[in-house]
Design a protein around this ligand. Structure first.
Ligand code: G3P
Length: 232
């Protein structure tokens, strides 16, 4: 993905399911194209393949399992995400926690396959631990602020700057995102000022009365997409 970025996690909000979700994804992708901003969509698993075909911006899965393709009914091996057209995946979101041993298998496996990984952390200690697995990105998201109206960048800027500092110390190749309550261009600009390379958000766009207008406002907090200098 290009950085700085806005990652929209659609969760399984009704607005993001099936035809409503396809329509929403198309409209959000159009805003990304029209503004030139780096926007990533993470649709529900059931719509991943369809959305990936529909839009020309990166599409991420919301979760991946540490299994290989085969007799693994109902699981999501990394290969299935690739086949569906995903460019990457979230993992360990606070609403879908994953055991450390599983991430120790799936994170490197995804990266070998060329899937970018955004590992989510609830706090600085978890972020520091996750950095040892070398995901491409770590998103710091305090669970108590998720879905709320106060952005983590206002309610707890120290957790963002603290995570940036600790992650850099452990593994400087890992980019840091932050999320929870991010709703406006001001929140995005503050996130970047705190040392992140972007934001991970959901309700600010998906549950907005006018999701396109909400995204248009958010991208104004970005200084303008620029390609990331990869260090690996
Ligand atoms: O993954 C994004 C997230 O959990 C934050 O949700 O609704 O606070 O933007 P929200």
């Amino acid at each position: 993905m290009r950085l700085p970025t806005i990652v929209v996690n659609c969760k399984t909000y009704p607005e993001a399911l099936g035809k409503r979700g396809w329509d929403l994804s198309g409209r959000l992708a159009a805003v990304a194209q029209e503004t030139g901003a780096s926007v990533v969509l993470a649709p529900p698993a059931s719509d991943l393949a369809h959305v990936a075909k529909l839009v020309r911006i990166p599409v991420f899965a919301q979760h991946v399992d540490a299994v290989t393709p085969g007799p693994t009914t109902g699981w999501l091996p990394p290969e299935s995400l690739l086949e569906a057209g995903a460019a990457g995946t979230l993992i360990n979101h606070s609403e879908r926690k994953v055991a450390w041993e599983e991430m120790a298998t799936s994170v490197p496996r995804c990266r070998e396959l060329g899937l970018e990984v955004i590992a989510c952390a609830d706090d600085i200690v978890e972020a520091e631990t996750l950095a040892k697995l070398s995901p491409d990105y770590i998103a710091i998201e305090p669970p108590e602020l998720i879905g709320g109206d106060i952005s983590v960048t206002t309610a707890n800027p120290e957790i963002v700057s603290g995570a940036v500092e600790r992650i850099r110390a452990v593994n400087p190749n890992v980019g840091v995102l932050c999320g929870a309550g991010v709703k406006s261009r001001k929140d995005v600009a503050k996130a970047l000022e705190l040392g992140t390379v972007g934001v991970l958000l959901a309700s600010g766009v998906v549950k907005a009365k006018d999701p396109e207008a909400a995204l248009r406002d958010l991208v104004k907090g970005l200084p303008g997409g620029r390609p990331r200098a990869r260090t690996r």
